[in-house]
Design a protein around this ligand. Structure first.
Ligand code: KIV
Ligand code: ZN
Length: 516
């Protein structure tokens, strides 16, 4: 018997971006959206269009760039939000407006300060308004996981009558347990007389580490859409991880009665892209996409795998995109080959000048590194974007002396607002010395919360990709830098973070109740 299709709704660009420090630029969002389209996700939630002019532009740019997946914008149950969402997604061939309002007693009373009847009225109004712009309207009952089931059933019945085509059950604070969410959704569906007129969806947060398990339980109860993010990126402990949920469904096809459209061979490259753009490293033991996910360390395991792979492996690394690293380009590759590989990766450069700049950087890298992989190209493009956008601080020169038994000394030259400034720093290690030198100029007062180095590809000539997380007065930013010299990469990452700190923060959070 044919299996039901499970809709994969990716919200990396919206809920994922709500992780502190994970904010993405328009062009970065377009690159990730193109990767999601290649992965064949059904719906891409591209952002919250009303949040700021930058957010609007980003959703709009994704709507122009993607033709296969449906493009969605989030909107509170407010006219101005829905109008902004509709305008932003207008260029997309397939468009969805996703509107929401909270339905739990705690949110209605303390956040919205609204009576339950008024919440239903507002939800219905919002769905009708959204239907004026598109036939594909999703309604979410925020904090459904802590809402009264009879009230929730009334809300969903009313919004389906008003034209909602998808009804989403968010476990906003990650409070539910798998058996409980399964029972709740099963019962909920029996209480909604018109439930067959809409697709039911689930949206889980991972506060108790149960987002994937809860999503699968909801599918058992009848949900036919899962909302998820690449690498499980998202606020607090994150959202349901796309790669985990998709591979659980595929690997256990023997007992799961749904299937997805996802082309799993693009999972690892997409994971890496999201990690390198957001600066959120993937933990080595993370399922599917962690560096150790398919590594067999123990002798017994290695022996078993060599004799018969299935003794210890339930999935094949290559099926999720491991080992697909191709030596795509090298020192002798020309401009046309370079451009054609960028096109294949969905990387669109603004104009010829940007392409020329990228090509010069590529040639420079190829002089230092024989084999240039897709990951190198992404890192190169990240660096170009970082430098072109936020350039209060720029690295002009760096010289570090490091000798066994002697504290390293760094001499740096920075361009600060176009003026050359030189500084010196002493530290416990070369990176510490460089950061002290930079801080002697910037005096940022920021707290270094995370410093991590990842090799982008294999081999000692790999580019090191450094992530630096800085915090100041509650604001968190992630800086990124890549170079074959990790001290240089570290300096670039720190300067990127300082530049991000300088940007005005003008966006609003979707789950604030302003105007409702
Ligand atoms: O977690 C949540 O409740 C959300 C909604 C806006 C869908 O992200
Ligand atoms: Zn959420």
């Amino acid at each position: 018997m044919a299996k039901d299709q499970l809709i994969i709704f990716d919200t990396t660009l919206r809920d994922g971006e709500q992780s502190p420090g994970a904010s993405m630029t328009r062009d970065e969002k377009v690159r990730i959206a193109k990767a999601l389209e290649r992965l064949k996700v059904d719906v891409i939630e591209a952002g919250f269009a009303v949040a700021s002019p930058g957010d609007f532009e980003a959703v709009n740019a994704v709507a122009k760039a993607v033709t296969e997946s449906t493009i969605c914008s989030l909107a509170r149950a407010l006219d101005k939000d829905i109008e902004a969402a509709a305008a932003a997604i207008a260029p997309a061939p397939r468009r969805r407006i996703h509107t929401f309002i909270a339905t739990s007693p705690i949110h209605m009373q303390h956040k919205l300060k609204m009576e339950p009847e008024a919440v239903i009225e507002q939800a219905v109004r919002a769905v009708k308004k959204a239907r004026q712009y598109t036939d594909d309207v999703e309604f979410s009952a925020e904090d459904a996981g802590r809402s009264d089931i009879d009230f929730l059933a009334r809300v969903f019945e009313a919004v389906i009558d008003a034209g909602a085509t998808t009804c989403n059950f968010p476990d906003t604070v990650g409070y539910n347990l798998p058996f409980q969410i399964e029972e709740t959704i099963r019962e909920l569906l029996t209480k909604i007389p018109n439930a067959d007129k809409a697709i039911f969806s689930v949206h889980c947060h991972n506060d108790l580490g149960l987002a994937v398990a809860n999503s699968l339980a909801a599918v058992r109860a009848g949900c036919r859409q899962i909302e998820c993010t690449i690498n499980g990126l998202g606020e607090r402990a994150g959202n349901t991880s796309l790669e985990e949920v998709v591979m659980a469904i595929r690997t256990r096809a023997d007992i799961v009665d749904v299937e997805t459209h996802i082309d799993a061979t693009h999972i690892v490259p997409t994971s890496r892209l999201v990690s390198s753009i957001t600066g959120f490293p993937v933990q080595p033991n993370k399922a599917i996409v962690g560096a150790n996910a398919f590594a067999h360390e123990s002798g017994i395991h290695q022996d078993g795998v060599l004799k018969h792979r299935e003794t210890y492996e339930i999935m094949r690394a290559e099926d999720v995109g491991w080992n697909t690293n191709k030596m795509v380009l090298g020192k002798h590759s020309g401009r046309a080959a370079f451009k054609s590989r960028l096109d294949e990766l969905g990387i669109i450069l603004a104009d010829d000048e940007a392409l020329n700049d990228a090509f010069v950087r590529f040639k420079d890298l190829a002089d230092r590194k024989h084999e240039i992989f897709d990951e190198d190209l992404h890192a190169l493009l990240n660096a170009q974007q970082i430098e072109s956008e936020f350039a209060r601080y720029d690295l002009a020169d760096l010289n570090v002396t490091s000798k066994l038994g002697i504290a390293p000394i760094a001499h740096i030259t920075l361009n600060v607002d176009g003026h050359r400034v030189e500084a010196e720093g002493h530290g416990d290690g070369p990176v510490d010395a460089v950061y002290k030198a930079i801080e002697s100029v910037a005096k940022s007062g920021a707290d270094l919360q995370l410093y991590s180095v990842n090799a982008i590809t294999t081999g000692t000539d790999s580019q090191g990709e450094v992530t630096v997380r800085l915090e100041r007065s509650g604001r968190i930013v992630n800086g990124l830098g890549a170079d074959t010299d990790i001290v240089v990469a570290s300096a670039k990452a720190y300067l990127h973070a300082l530049n991000l700190m300088e940007r005005p923060l003008d966006r609003q959070h979707p789950q604030k109740s302003e105007g409702i």
